[in-house]
Design a protein around this ligand. Structure first.
Ligand code: ADP
Ligand code: MG
Length: 256
């Protein structure tokens, strides 16, 4: 069974999608078979892995709302070993439509179960909100990876996130864990970066990854080429750190 990790933080712009795409590709690079599910209507993980919108026939919206088979939705990405369950902007309607549906919190979980044995890792790129899409992701996951941007108020809003995790544990998924907290866009030249690092460690203790993601312009450029960093610029600092992160994740769980 694939190990399912949701990448979540209701703040936008903290590195969820960058980490989903690049951790996914780097896990594949070290011989893990990976499925990345794009659960953000913006579709940045879809385009960032080289999936062109016109090639998408059905997407994750159809799985959640129209009972489409997830096997019919999954596509191969530009990186060998990394598959994508893509999304399009129609997913933006799903939050509302799910409200009145049966099994509205468990639909993604039901779909993932049907393909889980084909993957070592399944990553879910969550939208920047704590609504029903994110609750579907948490219900379907073994654990949650929280990217935290290295900036003032880095921890702001995290109590709401932890509260949502507790609610999902109570009602749908008692075994849900926090996988780890990842510092992103770190600038080691400033005191701020170090302060945030200490603050996050005080709050989350050994849940904080050893790997820290620095600010790296190549990471910001890669999505416009539809490529993970490991393919866009394998020698960049960004590629190195995401390979390190992938190794840290595999060291914690092994091959599934
Ligand atoms: P989220 O998915 O949480 O909204 P993104 O991963 O889309 O966040 O990142 C927000 C923006 O910051 C994007 O333009 C992305 O390219 C850029 N970015 C993310 N991580 C880095 C990094 N380590 N260095 C430089 N730019 C980054
Ligand atoms: Mg995103």
């Amino acid at each position: 069974m694939g190990y399912v990790i949701a990448l979540a933080n209701q703040k936008g712009g903290v590195g969820k999608t960058t980490t989903s795409v690049n951790l996914g590709a780097c896990l594949a690079e070290i011989n893990q078979k990976v499925l990345l599910i794009d659960l953000d209507p913006q579709g940045n993980a879809t385009s960032g892995t080289g999936i062109e919108k016109p090639t998408i026939d059905q997407d994750i919206y159809d799985v959640l709302i129209n009972d489409a088979d997830i096997k019919d939705v999954i596509l191969e990405s530009a990186h060998p070993g990394l598959d994508i369950a893509p999304t399009t902007i129609q997913l933006s309607g799903a939050e509302m439509e799910l409200t009145s549906m049966m099994a509205r919190e468990t639909r993604l979980n039901d779909a993932i179960k049907t393909v889980s044995d084909q993957y070592d890792y399944i990553l879910i790129d969550c939208p920047p909100s704590l609504g029903l899409l994110t609750i579907n992701a948490f219900t379907a996951s073994d654990s949650i990876l929280i990217p935290v941007q290295s900036e003032y108020y880095a921890l702001e809003g995290l109590s709401q996130l932890l509260n949502t995790i507790k609610l999902v544990q109570k009602h749908f998924n008692p075994d849900l864990k926090i996988e780890g907290v990842l510092l992103t866009m770190y600038d080691e030249r400033t005191n701020l970066g170090q302060q945030v690092n200490e603050e996050v460690k005080k709050f989350f203790g050994d849940k904080v990854y050893e790997t820290i993601i620095p600010r790296n312009v190549r990471l910001a450029e890669a999505p416009s080429h539809g490529l993970p960093i490991i393919d866009y610029d394998p020698r960049s600092k960004g590629a190195q750190v995401y390979v390190e992160l992938a190794k840290e994740v595999v060291a914690a769980h092994g091959k599934q």
